[in-house]
Design a protein around this ligand. Structure first.
Ligand code: GLC
Length: 709
């Protein structure tokens, strides 16, 4: 039989059309109905069915967005002797804080290479959902509040993954912006909000990144489940955006056979712990029921053929019928990339003359806080990684100090569920801080109390944070340590904004590390000692307090008693809200300090037809080499509709030696000026004056100029 198949494939390959499509045609023509159905649902917790008779392998998938997940065996049964360690990369929020799309590619390259090594055909990432609320438990996995930054970082990552011969699976399509009741919440938003904020990242992923698969999200949108959604999947994704790959449901996200068949689900995944010990794959919505629906004529088999075609298309594009690259695990190159991303993704928020420390003149350091020794890789839910190693801040600092500096550690607080202050620990920490020249406090959030699912805590899948407040009575500890030693550097791990109001005025230096991955402790130490000049920039606005945040001030989170959630803030997500409504954040979108300074000059705006070229010169006016993220925002001065005060429409990261200048040129295409007209159902460019704003953050604008259309 296989011989006849090969002859048939050979014959088809002489056909004029796309040879792959012809091969797919011939494979489908040979398949039985049962074999087709077998391909469109799970065959184990992380595989979907193949057709052995025709040489079609199972499709093997794995999480996650920042490392190849530990093995779950075929049905969530722990595969105890699995060789399942991997590189634990910085998580999405830290990757995006580099504002360096080249590092997005490098990140994807590591992820794809290690997925290949571990025999995975699809890696379930990147996660690109908009950070709409500071409380979303999975913000740490995601990238930003801004669609352009998301697009640029995601496209790099997708290309990096797929150039390794593995399919990316961009998730979660769409509007999965919280974990609270994620399986059932119904999101409502205006068409403009959808088109201008929530769709662009996915559009870029498909049209610029060439994403081969997308993951349908758990939640509903306008009353229909996203993973089988007539408008979002059939109309927008597959028809308008021309997506030719496969939509894979989130695990257990399919709720209706006919809708899944008709509204775009190509593969139903979803084995979960509740199905153990013997999951019955015939019970899936897109399993035996489909066979009877087709046989009874209620459903056309062609619906099924399209799904199989999409799966096979991805299989061919990832060379699953040929020889796959071997991939590699945790190589020195992978480690170097992880370090580089951490170095460029850690954000220096505040620095009144403490940093950088100089090794020669520093004699004693008190390192305080449970996060100085904590490892985070295994937590967070499905994005967990069985890290080959993870360098903690204390390890990084101790190693860099290499014996020349006395380092004393004090835990300061306990990571326990009651979260109460431990007086004894605080006293020890205060004593250590008082007895040292410098104190380095390392705290913030964690994923879970342990790595198990039912032990989740703050930055984790399946639940949102209770508030922006630091847990475990850290505010009291930080205040006490700052009082004992004003030369205290505050380092915060975590997936987003923190309420710092109780101590920020006394803190001279504050660093936001996100979750900087396996090399994070080393990167942090290098930044503190000035071996690396920080260049990270916030990808999300840090409000002073939660109630300043749009989704909260408008009471538009987490949804009403019937789980309907109207995104009342509309377009005004993140800085779009704070700038338009003149609300002062704690730290603004795009903010991040350097150990050097930069001067901007000679802005010119050259308009040709509907395109504007922005040129300027940036000079390193300080004494150390450094990198600057030049950000370009556009303000529609004469809009006839509501538009945000400003919107990020271009950026670039440049590296400059002391005294060096570089000319920067950025192009704003027509879409940088357009808004979505929900009457004409298209993006439009309205005549009038636009203000082009250039700077090093959304509010540190140094050059401006006007353009007329
Ligand atoms: C989870 C997550 C998704 C993950 C999938 C497989 O519920 O929402 O991001 O890829 O299931 O673990």
């Amino acid at each position: 039989m296989l011989l006849s198949l090969m002859l048939l494939l050979l014959a088809c390959s002489t056909n004029k059309q796309d040879p792959t499509e012809n091969k797919i045609d011939s494979l489908i023509s040979l398949m039985t109905l049962e074999e087709k159905v077998n391909m469109v649902h799970a065959s184990s917790s992380f595989t979907s069915g193949g057709v052995e008779r025709l040489g079609i392998p199972e499709w093997t998938m794995s999480d996650g967005p920042h490392g190849v997940r530990k093995e779950h065996g075929r049905d969530w049964v722990a595969d105890s002797d699995a060789k399942d360690s991997a590189s634990y990369l910085p998580t999405g929020i830290t990757l995006a804080a580099t504002w360096n799309s080249d590092l997005g590619y490098a990140f994807g390259k590591v992820l794809g290479s290690e997925a290949n090594y571990r025999g995975k055909d699809v890696i379930l990432g990147p996660g690109i959902n908009i950070m709409r609320t500071p409380l979303n438990g999975r913000n740490f996995e995601y990238l930003s509040e801004d669609p352009l930054l998301i697009s640029k970082m995601a496209v790099g990552c997708i290309k990096g993954i797929q150039d390794q011969g593995v399919a990316a699976c961009v998730k979660h399509y769409l509007a999965n912006n919280q974990e609270y009741e994620r399986n059932f919440v119904n999101v409502e938003m205006s068409e403009r909000t959808l088109r201008e904020i929530y769709l662009p990242g996915f559009k870029a992923a498909v049209q610029e990144g060439g994403a081969l698969t997308l993951m349908g999200s758990y939640n509903k949108f306008r009353g229909q489940y996203c993973t089988h959604h007539e408008y979002l999947i059939n109309k927008v994704l597959k028809e308008e955006y021309g997506f030719k790959g496969a939509v894979i449901s989130d695990w257990g996200a399919v709720h209706n056979t006919l809708e899944a068949l008709k509204f775009g689900t190509d593969v139903e995944m979803g084995t979960d712990l509740s199905m153990l010990p013997t999951p019955n794959y015939h019970n899936f919505f897109m399993a035996d029921t489909v066979i009877s629906l087709v046989k009874s004529g209620q459903v056309q088999e062609s619906l099924l053929d399209d799904k199989v075609r999409r799966i096979l298309r991805v299989m061919f594009k990832t060379n699953m019928f040929g020889k796959r690259a071997p991939g590699a695990l945790n190589t020195p190159e992978h480690q170097a990339i992880a370090l580089k991303i951490a170095e460029e993704g850690i954000v220096l928020l505040k620095n009144n003359a403490i940093l950088p420390l100089t090794k020669a003149s520093t004699k004693s350091i008190a390192v305080i806080g449970a996060n100085a020794t904590r490892k985070h890789a295994g937590g967070g839910g499905s994005s967990q990684v069985n890290a080959k190693y993870e360098i903690t801040p204390l390890e990084g600092l101790t190693s860099l100090a290499d014996g020349g500096i006395t380092i004393k550690y004090a835990e300061g607080y306990r990571i326990v569920k009651d979260g109460k202050a431990d007086k004894k620990l605080i006293e020890e920490a205060v004593k250590a801080a008082a007895g040292a020249e410098v104190a380095i406090y390392v705290g913030g959030f964690i994923h879970g109390y342990s790595d198990s699912w039912n032990d989740n805590a703050f930055d984790s899948e399946g639940q949102d944070k209770p508030s922006m407040n630091l847990p475990f009575a850290q505010d009291e500890l930080i205040a006490a340590v700052l009082k004992a030693n004003p030369n205290t550097i505050i380092v915060l791990y975590g997936g987003g904004p923190v309420d710092m109001t109780k101590w920020i005025d006394n803190a001279k230096s504050i660093i936001h590390a996100g979750y900087p991955g396996m090399e994070g402790g080393k990167a942090l130490a290098k930044i503190i000692f000035g071996e690396v000049n920080p260049s990270g920039k916030l990808t999300v606005t840090f409000p002073k307090k939660l109630d300043d945040s749009p989704a909260h001030v408008l009471n538009a989170y987490p949804g009403d008693s019937s789980l309907n959630e109207e995104y009342k803030e509309g377009l005004l997500v993140g800085y779009r809200y704070f700038d338009t409504k003149n609300v002062e954040p704690q730290f603004v979108f795009g903010h991040g300090l350097s150990y050097t300074t930069f001067g901007y000059s000679d802005l010119t705006l050259a308009k040709s037809d509907k395109m504007v070229t922005v040129k300027l010169t940036v000079k390193n006016t300080g004494h150390v080499a450094g990198a600057e993220v030049v950000q370009v925002y556009v303000k529609d001065e004469q809009a006839s509709v509501e538009r945000p005060d400003k919107e990020l429409k271009a950026f670039t990261k440049i590296f400059l030696n002391p005294g060096e200048s570089k000319d920067v040129s950025l192009v704003l295409n027509e879409d940088a000026f357009q808004y979505y007209d929900d009457v004409k159902h298209q993006f439009v460019l309205e005549a009038g004056r636009f203000n082009i704003q250039v700077g090093s953050s959304s509010r540190n604008i140094t050059l401006k100029g006007d353009i007329e259309f």
